[in-house]
Design a protein around this ligand. Structure first.
Ligand SMILES: [Zn+2]
Ligand SMILES: [Zn+2]
Length: 257
């Protein structure tokens, strides 16, 4: 059983600041293993308010793709919740080095509540989280240290491609892992400004090159929301013959059986 619950699907400062979409990251279940990826603002509140709730004391790991606030704001409170206020140290924390060393986003006293810490680097791993294997991607181009994540469980691969500027080597890296599902942060529709984020056209190039069996877009900015992400997902299906989804808050993807 693989299930990915979207506790937030918003990206970009405006969408997050106004909470037009939530920003709680993804709660992934691989069998009995539970992993929270990118706990942005509101992650704990969202985790507890979905039905049935996601239970932080059952978490096996918290993973940060990078330390930007929309991905990491709630990391401290999630670690406290995972470890029951620090009384029951538990689980693992995965993060790039600059999230922990340089202008860190995890408080030193909270780090003591997690018995295992793994510093992510380029193409690192595999790391075992119970029977889930995690590997990182090449380094993304995104200002702070940022890595994608490839999760392998029960013969299936879920790849998460977080925020980045597009560059062709992304295609080679993600294609090598042959993802059954590719989750992509598609913040922008077209490039109005020169920023370190994917546009919808970049997403098209990635789907064309990586050829996942299914693709899920998330982390939307205002222009993407104005375009209707569901219509854009249908456009990807028509163009490339893949299953394509636009994530929405509270949605669970369980299409891998
Ligand atoms: Zn982001
Ligand atoms: Zn970012």
């Amino acid at each position: 059983m693989i299930a990915i619950r979207f506790l937030g699907t918003g990206g970009a400062r405006f969408v997050v600041a106004k909470q037009i979409r939530s920003s709680g990251g993804m709660w992934m279940r691989f069998g009995a293993t539970q992993i929270h990826v990118d706990p942005g603002p509101g992650a704990l509140v969202r985790a507890l308010s979905v039905v049935p709730p996601c239970e932080p004391p059952e978490l096996d790991a918290i993973v940060l793709s990078h330390k930007h606030l929309d991905h990491a704001n709630d990391v401290n409170v999630m670690i406290e919740a995972m470890s029951q206020g620090g009384w029951k140290p538990r689980g693992a924390l995965f993060a790039p080095r600059d999230a922990l060393d340089f202008e860190p986003v995890v408080f030193p006293y909270v780090r003591k509540f997690v018995p295992r810490e793994e510093i992510l680097s380029e193409r690192s791993g595999p790391y075992a989280i119970n029977d889930v294997e995690v590997r990182t991607s090449i380094r993304h181009r995104h200002g702070v240290e940022t890595y994608g994540l490839h999760f392998r469980y029960d013969g299936k691969t879920v790849s998460y491609l977080p925020c980045t500027r597009f560059f062709p080597a992304l295609i080679d890296d993600y294609r090598r892992h042959e993802p059954d599902v590719l989750i992509m942060n598609v913040l922008r529709f077209r490039d109005a400004m020169d920023v370190d984020h994917l546009t919808f056209d970049d997403a098209r190039a990635l789907v064309d090159g990586v050829r996942p069996k299914a693709v899920i877009m998330t982390h939307f900015g205002t222009k993407m929301l104005e375009q209707d992400p569901h219509a854009l997902a249908r456009a990807l299906e028509d163009e490339f013959g893949v299953r394509a989804y636009a994530a929405y808050d509270g949605w669970t993807y369980d299409g891998l059986g």
